[in-house]
Design a protein around this ligand. Structure first.
Ligand code: ADP
Ligand code: MG
Length: 326
């Protein structure tokens, strides 16, 4: 299938953070209300992602490790239009191929769950085991069979910070989900999961930032095809790096230098040199406005009408930065 070939071509599990991203997305697709993440040695030594989502039935659990057997989506074209984050049924098999993996999963309707253990993609154990509804996946010895990948990784601290970035991003995009992150035995993140973005921001950036963040929710844009919502920092709450602006398109985490620049421009004259805004910017638009000719795992996105999207984002940000008459 051309669709699948196209997707498979660019598929890569680059580093621990990409593994965590895939596992988190699966938990969110399973409608988890709570996701707990544990990593050690930057994720190279150990990664665990545990959720209270729907779980996998005993009859389907093996399919999850078969390439393309479970794709939640049939056409490449609608990835930005659909509700699920997964779309190609490739993450789990790819991850299983480069690590030692254990999975314990259970659904509400079955008496017991399933435990699997695989090494380098080969099944070692497959038994029934009790668990509350949900899924836990544990990985160790990531890339131990792929020395070229291992060599490409940076220090455990650097890899841990990449993992943290991914978890923080999703915690901000899904404030209704309770996220926890434990790094080398330390709890570094614990969001309330109460659905309030500002409370998630409080956990991530602290009370000062959270209380001062400006609300992007703006009626003017709600009627148009492009809807912008989220929070951005006022000029007095800035950062010394560019990592604190998080963009999501239809709840999918994206990377966009152009959007970053569009937002920075909205602050021009308000921030001193070397200071950058922080914020969470949720862009909702119809799938038709997204150019799909960019591989989705790359997190890069192209809009069919870039200037319309940038202008909307910039206007939304600028309008909350401008002093409003009392
Ligand atoms: P997809 O592109 O469908 O997300 P993955 O390889 O990431 O493919 O996952 C394979 C399948 O395994 C999913 O389609 C889903 O049915 C199941 N699965 C994986 N992780 C979970 C989870 N945490 N909870 C429930 N089901 C899961
Ligand atoms: Mg997936």
């Amino acid at each position: 299938k051309a669709t699948i070939a196209r997707i498979a071509a660019g598929e890569v599990i680059e580093r621990p953070a990409s593994v965590v991203k895939e596992l988190l997305e699966n938990s969110l697709d399973a409608e988890a209300k709570r996701v707990d993440i544990v990593i050690r040695e930057g994720g190279i030594g150990y990664i665990e992602v545990s959720d209270d989502g729907c779980g996998i039935t005993s009859s389907e659990v093996l399919l999850a490790f078969e390439r393309h057997a479970t794709s939640k989506l049939s056409s490449f074209e609608d990835i930005y239009a659909i509700a699920s984050l997964g779309f190609r049924g490739e993450a789990l098999p790819s991850i299983a191929a480069v690590a030692d993996l254990e999975m314990l999963t259970a659904v509400r309707t079955e008496e017991s769950g399933t435990y699997l253990s695989l090494s380098g993609g080969e099944m070692l154990k497959h038994t029934r085991m009790a668990r509350a509804a949900g899924t836990s996946i544990r990985l160790s010895r990531l890339f131990s069979r792929v020395p070229a990948r291992l060599k490409f990784l940076k220090t455990p601290q650097h890899e841990a910070s990449k993992v943290t970035e991914v978890v923080v991003s999703y915690a901000l995009a899904y404030p209704e989900v309770k996220f926890s992150l434990n790094v080398d035995g330390r709890n570094t993140l614990n969001t309330p999961g109460n659905g309030k973005l500002r409370d998630a921001v409080l956990e991530v950036y602290g009370s000062d930032a959270a209380s001062k963040m400006l609300d992007l929710e703006n009626d003017t844009y709600r009627s148009s095809a492009i809807n912008i919502s989220g929070l951005v920092s006022p000029p007095e709450v800035s950062r010394s790096n560019r990592n604190s602006l998080h963009f999501f398109v239809n709840r999918r985490l994206i990377q966009s230098r152009a959007l970053q620049r569009a937002v920075e421009q909205a602050y021009s004259g308000l921030l001193t040199a070397g200071r950058y805004p922080m914020g969470v910017i949720n862009i909702r638009l119809s799938g038709a406005l997204v150019d799909v000719n960019i591989h989705p795992t790359k997190a890069e996105v192209k809009f069919s009408d870039e200037s319309a999207v940038f202008t909307s984002v910039q206007r939304a940000v600028r309008s909350v930065l401008v002093e409003k008459p009392p």
